[in-house]
Design a protein around this ligand. Structure first.
Ligand code: 6R9
Length: 646
């Protein structure tokens, strides 16, 4: 394991401007060091103090932290409610009539909900849920488009202590049934449909198809979004707007234990069965709130936009719970970046004067492919901070983001974290840290990572190894729903006493982390371990290349060969240009990284959350028919096309 090689050569550094640092929540290296050291030496003291001052309690907790990983409990004895943390607290302040959510639908319709208005809707829907028989501890599935009702439903669940399980709108009926069965969900909230690039996603129809296979579901609530007629089964299906007329707007929040389950979010594991990551109330809320403030430097005057879908953890923590607990204005957008044209995101930034923008590297690579003319048409001067999440960002994509979107003025926070970690773990603090293209830099206060070999021994600076956490943190997952043994095996079974994230990384001499990707994406070529991401970075730094995905395939001599799937910027390159690309990679990294195959493709197969489906590409590279689960494929035609070219 100690031979995981990191060959990315990147030395550029961008310090924060003095003006940015001056006003930032954490604004100096000394302050960061002090917080970080305090949290490392005394996690219970550090987090306990924050929980006391930053969370609103019905009843104060007795102990801040109890037990070691994997079974650490936080803030035991306390009584709390997440919806109070996001809403009621602000109603006592001038923020009562501040915009909590500014929403834009794909067709261009808009809605703004102030904290007061959002509170009212949440209380009403909480009463609706109660009326449908939902009790504290029940599970409620939300399978919805990106409309305000989704945030309302989440907060309504949390108000009465029901555990929400959000299923991303791109999942199929079978996937819904699996998740409903696993969670034994009692109610499903959905919509007639949602808009996606001008087409309608038939959400209700998918729910209907899932129900015969998911007998735990008793009631279905349907938001009218697209207006398309749907089947409504009497005594099972109800319209949201009709139910909302029958309830009042007062709903006392449930006084819940700190460790009360707030939500389940399913994520794919290495085996077929999805994992129901469970987060609990107080610890998760503290993490979402503090990390939002530290990393995005949220200020009251900011308009903040995270482009994720709420169906993923990024949307849970950084569209809803984190920004709202801080009293921020969170923009929510239903549509795609290239509908009706490739300027949509930039138009929204100009229209709402967005100050903080958080998106994914895969989106940035698409922007690069579409061309600078799109962002250049709009005024992006309101932006003051940019963020990325979801995968390692190639230094060249980082530089483009910095230059074309950030106007060389905005710090970029490259945030490393996972569904399981609940909130951001490793990221620049924008007022403190010199950023480095491709590095998520240093751990936040309260996060103590390490790079270890496969026996758990710490490695030296710049040696690639496994990324682990050595100390518990309040917002970590508590279990995999219904399978505590699998939780222990997956995250703590490999290395005694350490949380194993599944990623490979190295730490440089400044203490900055460079995540190389999932360890299963690390190639072993003639005994050399290489990160696929580094080869991808080399490819993407060539002017012909828009996007690249690199996978290994069985190779007679080398053990593993390198296969590169490349999306060119223009027309398919010639054989000569193909050779040039191979030479370019050799030049950038070295002969050990010479690609064995380059395959051009108009686009890459991705999950609906935008992650490249490397497992599928590995099967294609190996000439195998894929046997795995493809329910999350964004575009089946891409896969079909790649297979044809085999
Ligand atoms: C938040 C989220 C988690 C996996 C994680 C890692 C990759 C996320 C990253 C990153 C490099 C970053 N990842 N952020 N890799 N740099 N800034 O994406 O959660 O969907 O659970 O994915 O994503 O491989 O292990 P999730």
């Amino acid at each position: 394991m100690s031979s995981i090689k990191s060959v990315l050569q990147e030395t550029r550094q961008f310090p924060p401007s003095p003006e940015f640092a001056k006003d930032a929540h954490i604004s100096s290296e000394e302050q960061y060091q002090q917080l970080w050291n305090r949290a490392k030496d005394n996690p219970a003291g550090f987090w306990g103090e924050l929980a006391q001052t930053e969370l609103e309690w019905f009843k104060p907790f007795e102990t801040a932290m109890e037990g070691q990983m994997p079974d650490t409990k936080w803030f035991l004895g306390g009584k709390i409610n997440a919806s109070v943390q996001c809403l009621d607290r602000h109603l006592k302040t001038w923020r009562k009539n501040k915009a909590a959510i500014i929403w834009e639908g794909e067709p261009g319709d808009t809605r703004t909900l102030t904290y007061q208005q959002l509170h009212r809707e949440v209380c009403k829907f909480a009463n609706v849920l109660k009326k449908l028989g939902v009790q504290t501890g029940d599970r409620v599935t939300l399978y919805m488009p990106m409309v305000p009702e989704l945030a309302i439903a989440m907060l309504a669940c949390s108000r009465i202590g029901a555990t929400h399980s959000i299923i991303f709108g791109g999942f199929s009926a079978d996937a819904i049934a699996d998740r409903n069965n696993d969670a034994q969900a009692k109610v499903v909230v959905t919509a007639d449909g949602g808009w996606r690039r001008g087409k309608e996603v038939p959400l209700k129809t998918n729910v209907d198809a899932s129900l015969p296979k998911a007998p735990s579901v008793e009631k279905v609530v349907v938001v009218r979004r697209t207006g398309t007629p749907v089947d409504m089964v009497p005594d099972r299906d109800y319209w949201w707007h009709e139910l909302m007329e029958q309830v009042d707007a007062d709903c006392e929040p449930a006084e819940l234990d700190s460790e009360h389950p707030l939500f389940i979010l399913y994520t794919s594991g290495s085996t077929g069965k999805p994992k129901g990551v469970l987060h609990t109330t107080a610890g998760y809320m503290l993490g979402a709130q503090m990390t939002s403030r530290w990393v995005f430097d949220l200020k009251d005057q900011d308009t903040y936009w995270c482009t994720a879908d709420i169906g993923w953890i990024t949307g849970h923590s950084y569209i809803v719970y984190g920004p709202l607990s801080n009293g921020a204005t969170s923009l929510m957008f239903e549509g795609a970046p290239n509908w009706p044209d490739e300027g949509r995101f930039w138009e929204i930034i100009e229209k709402y004067q967005v100050n903080i923008f958080y998106t994914a590297p895969t989106a940035i690579r698409a922007f690069i492919k579409w061309g600078d003319q799109w962002p250049q048409k709009y005024d992006l001067s309101s932006l003051r901070l940019l963020g990325t999440v979801g995968e390692p960002i190639n230094p060249e994509a980082w530089m483009w983001y910095h230059r074309v979107i950030g106007g060389e003025r905005c710090p970029i926070v490259d945030t490393w974290w996972q569904t399981e970690t609940g909130g951001i773990m490793i990221s620049p603090l924008p007022g403190v840290q010199s950023t480095k293209p491709g590095s998520c830099t240093r751990p936040l206060p309260g996060v103590v990572p390490a790079i270890v070999d496969d026996k758990g021994n710490p490695l030296e600076a710049n040696q690639g190894g496994l990324l682990v956490m050595t100390q518990p943190w309040p917002h970590m997952l508590r279990t995999l729903y219904g399978d505590h043994q699998r939780f222990k095996d997956t995250y703590f079974g490999k290395l005694e006493g350490l949380y194993f994230a599944g990623d490979g990384a190295r730490k440089d001499e400044d203490g900055c982390y460079w995540v190389m990707g999932r360890v299963d994406d690390v190639l072993n070529v003639s005994g050399h371990r290489l990160s696929t991401m580094e080869i991808e970075s080399a490819l993407v730094s060539h002017p012909l290349v828009a996007e690249a995905a690199v996978v290994g395939f069985p190779h007679e001599l080398k053990g593993e060969g390198i296969c590169c799937f490349v999306t060119p910027k223009g027309v398919t390159p010639s054989d000569q240009e193909k050779k040039e690309l191979i030479a370019h990679v050799r030049k950038q990294i070295g002969a050990l990284a010479t690609p064995d195959q380059i395959r051009f493709t108009p686009s890459l197969p991705k999950t609906r959350s935008g992650k490249i489906m490397r497992r599928l590409l590995r099967d294609i590279a190996a000439g195998k028919e894929s046997s795995g689960d493809t329910t999350t494929l964004e575009d089946y035609t891409v896969l079909a096309k790649l297979r044809e070219e085999d």
